[in-house]
Ligand binder design. Structure first.
Ligand SMILES: [Zn+2]
Length: 287
């Protein structure tokens, strides 16, 4: 009896990758330049951009609702004055977006409307994860308390947060990690009453970056946002950062430990391999 119920639940959880445009960064951010002095020089001196990478967010079809993890970018990035006109910002990131790439249209392609969304869980408050928020007025939103507090402080713009672009109604529920341990993570936050979707703290890429775990009968999905770039960099301990920090390295190391402890399908926000990983339910295996 129980086994049948569990199996039905497993069938009901489905995760869709939704691509909202493309982004690229300087090549050194992806691989080389382990030392920050070298990274600082390369921000301005090298014109070696990476390939264009997808900007993914996620739709979770779940027995208790339809959840989005992040809402992707908006085509407004190409309007003058939308993005910060700072030398550093221009030197580290570029976007390629069309109106039809935005999340409302992409949800439509999957047969869903924005009205059907139950709640939105944000990994962090960078523009390519929150840019599509304007399509969801009044929807419950959950975001990192740490990121939010930095974003509304004088340090906000220096930390890559662009508060002026938030919808006027944006007032997220702030996540604090006061629920029990989740694997190697000493505390977590249950996002659903049954604990099948859980938030874990993975700071570093942003001060309060959050990853989400979706537990299913056979595997757990790790929606890792921008903790790292892909599975290879996760296994190599390479964080997704402009400048390396001990916190970012520690989060990658912890997440690596977590995913190797139990069958895990790892989904990061800019990995072109994501459609294949989802299709084959590819589980990370240690090297
Ligand atoms: Zn980011």
């Amino acid at each position: 009896m129980l086994r049948i119920i569990a199996c039905q639940r497993c069938q009901l959880v489905k995760i869709h990758a939704i691509q909202t445009g493309k982004v690229r960064v300087k090549q050194f951010q992806l691989t080389g330049a382990k030392h920050n002095l070298s990274r600082i020089w390369q921000i301005f001196l090298t014109q070696k951009w990476s390939h264009w990478f997808p900007i993914y967010c996620w739709l979770i079809e779940h027995p208790v609702g339809l959840f989005l993890v992040d809402v992707g970018e908006t085509a407004k990035v190409h309007e003058s004055g939308y993005l910060p006109d700072s030398a550093v910002f221009r030197a580290v990131v570029q976007f390629d977006m069309l109106r039809e790439d935005e999340i409302d249209q992409q949800l439509g392609q999957l047969g869903f409307t924005t009205d059907q969304i139950t709640a939105i869980f944000l990994t962090h408050l960078h523009t390519d994860h929150i840019g599509g928020m304007g399509h969801f007025p009044g929807k419950p939103v959950y975001a990192s308390k740490t990121d939010y507090n930095v974003a509304i402080s004088p340090k906000g713009s220096g930390s890559g947060f662009i508060k002026k672009n938030w919808p006027h109604w944006f007032n997220p529920n702030l996540i604090e990690f006061d629920d029990p341990a989740e694997g190697v993570f000493p505390s977590s936050k249950k996002m659903t009453e049954d604990g099948s979707i859980v938030a874990i703290p993975t700071p570093g890429h942003s001060p309060g970056h959050v990853s989400y775990i979706v537990h299913t009968e056979d595997v757990r999905y790790v929606l890792a946002g921008d903790v790292t770039y892909n599975i290879a960099t996760l296994l190599d301990g390479v964080p997704n950062v402009v400048l390396n920090t001990a916190t970012a390295m520690e989060s990658v190391a912890k997440l690596r430990h977590y995913v190797l402890a139990s069958p895990s399908v790892v989904l990061t926000s800019h990995d072109p391999d994501v459609p294949r990983i989802l299709e084959h339910k590819h589980v990370v295996v240690g090297g």
